[in-house]
Each structure stands twice: as structure tokens, then as C-alpha cells.
Design a protein around this ligand. Structure first.
Ligand SMILES: [Zn+2]
Length: 396
């Protein structure tokens, strides 16, 4: 049994005393007088939450950046070299690298993690089986979800599509996609919606990761979301081409996205590195317009790490507060409200995408950040002060 005194529940905007007893977390309304002083830890207003969310990762590719070199630094070359490298990865290698990044993420406070896993005739279901083994091994202390991701597309290669369906049969949590890089983007999306509906899984799709303003497959994603009655179950990741379009075009798309209850996941760490490679001056940032998405259109936005030290992005520490800080720089967000938005984007909003409750009572795990406000936590990339695991409090 322990009590956390003066715990600031940042998502519920109140400071409380938390009691953890008999495998239950509850807010304590009675006086602390009857408790032993040795059972009480005074948090002095530090932030408490169920954990950070990192809803867009690629654990199967992580930590190979020193072995698989992307000379041009473009997304196209990264996809191409991975297609030939992928089948050479051993199961042990995949397991070790995935586990290492999950442990990094856990150390940095992530408790809700969604990762894309490449599914195609090259790698088959090998990486998927490994992430499911890890998902089960970690389930008492964090939530891990797999996205069956057709990185190498499937139109014109039915084998790849068959593996995608196999992945869902094997228990992949979510279905992914990458329409702009397939032969017919709308057809690609249509087949994904049909498959997702058949297996009753959410869709989480790589959308328009390009600087080309004419590539707007997000419009197809929105219209098909309505056609298939999938409102609230679809996530559009990247959405870089929005950054190359005029405000009127973007506003109309975001208005439609809101009406389809789309979630949007900008990935500034990777896209600041990959986008604008063809520009020779005023290099574009390629970040979906975060401020407009949130302030003007009230769309649920989650920010993830994306690639961690691989041919797509040579950086990455699986650290949500760092992702938020990079986003603050890239999207020019420095007001106090901006930091609240970014903090939610690395915590509560990702939990919404994963259909999880953010209230602290009855939590199976939670974290305490060594900071009393989102602004200070992000600017200082604050360390984790402690966390609850197996209903015990562990000071870091
Ligand atoms: Zn991605």
C-alpha cells in the first residue's frame, strides 16, 4: 500500500492524494492523518498520468541505421533498400531490436505503443509473430498494438495482399496502408476498408508522405471512411502534402476530416529529416499543419516517434517528450497553450486512438513526471520521476 500526496492529474486538471491498495488505484478523499508517514510520498504537484502514447512506430526496422545506409536521404530510397534488406533479418535480430526499443520507450514513460509491422512476401509474418510475443510478455505493464503494414504495396502483387489478410487472422490489432505509393491509391484504400471491416479492426494509414501538393489521397480516405461507416476508427499518419497546399485547400480537407472523425498523426521527427529533399532553398518542413488541425478544426491529433535510427530516420530515442519538443520547433509552437496541445498529443490523444480511458482511477499502471506543467516538461524533456508497476511504486 502507498499514497502519493499532491499528485497533479494533468489530464483531469486536479491535484489529489492517490491511494494504491489491494491492487486498486483510487483518489483518496479522507484525511491522511490515519496513515503511516512512511507510506506517503509527497509529489509536490508533479504530473501523474497513465502514461505517454507513441501511436506510430516501426519497431521491425529500428536500430539498423548504421547497417543499411540511405545515400539520398529520401523516402523512396529508404523503401527500396529495405525491400532487399528485410528478408535477410534473422528472427533473433528482429526480436532483440524490438525489445530494446520497447524497453527504451518504457523507460521514457510510454505505456501505449502502436507499431507498424511490414507484411509482404519478403518478410512474411515473421516480424508480426515476434511483436505479438512481446505484446503478450509486456501486457501487465503497457499496451502494445500491431499494425499490419503493406510497406511494399499490394496492387499487382496479390501475394502481399494474402499475407495482409493472414496477419489479421493471426491477431494483428490494426490494418495499415500506404495508398500514395501504390498503383491506384483509391483502389488500395478501398480494399483496405473491405478487409478492415471483415476483421473488425481499425485502420491506421500512411497518408501522403510527399511534398507533391497534388497527392491528396487523404480525400479518398475521408470519403471512404464515410462510405464504410468507419467514423472514429481511422487514423491518417504523416499527411505531409497538406504542408505544400494553400490554406483554403487545407481548410476544406480538414473540415471534411473532422466530419469523418479522422485522427491525424503528424510525425515531425522523421518528416523534418525526409521532406523537402528536392528543395534547394527555403527547404519545406513537410509537417502537417498542427496548429490549424487542432485550433481551427478540433481534430484529434497524436504525435509519434515513427522511425528510430533506421534508413528512414537516423535519429530517435523513443522519447515522447523529445518528439513533442521537436514538434514545437518544427511547427513553431511556443505558447503555453501550444505545449498543452503537444502534451496531449503524446499522451491522452493517442489513448483515444487506441480506445483507452485516461482517467487515473482503476489504472493498471501510471507514471509520474518530474515536472509540474506540460510547458516545463517538454522544454526540459523532463525525466520520469517514478512509475507504478504491479501496483508497486518504483522511484527512478
Ligand atoms: Zn511510418
Amino acid at each position: 500500500m502507498f499514497i502519493l500526496k499532491n499528485a497533479y492529474l494533468v489530464h483531469e486538471n486536479k491535484t489529489v492524494n492517490l491511494l494504491v491498495n489491494l491492487n486498486k488505484v483510487r483518489i483518496l478523499n479522507e484525511s491522511l492523518d490515519s496513515f503511516e508517514q512512511t507510506d506517503i510520498i509527497d509529489l509536490e504537484g508533479k504530473m501523474v498520468l497513465r502514461g505517454f502514447s507513441d501511436t506510430h512506430m516501426h519497431l521491425d526496422k529500428a536500430l539498423i541505421g548504421d547497417k543499411v545506409i540511405n545515400q539520398s536521404g529520401t523516402l523512396e530510397e529508404a523503401i527500396k533498400i529495405m525491400t532487399s534488406y528485410k528478408p535477410t533479418m534473422s528472427d533473433d535480430d528482429i526480436y532483440e531490436r524490438m525489445k530494446k526499443v520497447i524497453d527504451m520507450a518504457y523507460d521514457n514513460g510510454t505505456r501505449y505503443l502502436r507499431t507498424n509491422i511490414d507484411i509482404d512476401e519478403g518478410i512474411k509474418l515473421r516480424s508480426l509473430k515476434i511483436i505479438h510475443k512481446l505484446r503478450d510478455a509486456y501486457k501487465h505493464k503497457m499496451v502494445i498494438e500491431s499494425i499490419a503494414f503493406p510497406q511494399d504495396s499490394f496492387l499487382g502483387n496479390e501475394e502481399n495482399f494474402k499475407y495482409l489478410e493472414q496477419a489479421l487472422k493471426q491477431g494483428a490489432d490494426v490494418l495499415g496502408g500506404i495508398p500514395a505509393y501504390d498503383l491506384d491509391p483509391r483502389q488500395h484504400l478501398k480494399r483496405l476498408f473491405e478487409l478492415a471491416k471483415k476483421y473488425d479492426v481499425d485502420l491506421d494509414v500512411h497518408i501522403d508522405e510527399t511534398d507533391n501538393p497534388n497527392t491528396l489521397t487523404i480525400k479518398d480516405l475521408i470519403s471512404l471512411t464515410k462510405t464504410f461507416d468507419y467514423q472514429g476508427r481511422v487514423t491518417a499518419a504523416h499527411c505531409c502534402s497538406l504542408a505544400s497546399n494553400d490554406k483554403e485547400v487545407v481548410d476544406q480537407i480538414l473540415k471534411d476530416a473532422k466530419s469523418a472523425e479522422l485522427n491525424i498523426v503528424p510525425l515531425p521527427s522523421t518528416n523534418l529529416y525526409l521532406q523537402g529533399r528536392g528543395d534547394t532553398k527555403n527547404i519545406r518542413r513537410g509537417i502537417a499543419p498542427i496548429k490549424s488541425i487542432v485550433y481551427d478544426h478540433k481534430i484529434n491529433i497524436s504525435i509519434g516517434s515513427d522511425n528510430i535510427r533506421d534508413p528512414f530516420n537516423c535519429f530517435g530515442n523513443a522519447k515522447p517528450l523529445e518528439s513533442a519538443l521537436i514538434s514545437a520547433h518544427g511547427a513553431q509552437m511556443g505558447a503555453t497553450e501550444d505545449f498543452n496541445v503537444l502534451f496531449d498529443a503524446i499522451s491522452k490523444n493517442g489513448m483515444k486512438i487506441m480506445h483507452k480511458d485516461y482517467h487515473i482511477e482503476n489504472a493498471k499502471f501510471f507514471i509520474v513526471i518530474d515536472s509540474t506543467s506540460p510547458r516545463d516538461a517538454i522544454i526540459g524533456v523532463a525525466p520520469i520521476y517514478g512509475y507504478m508497476e504491479d501496483y508497486k511504486f518504483i522511484l527512478k
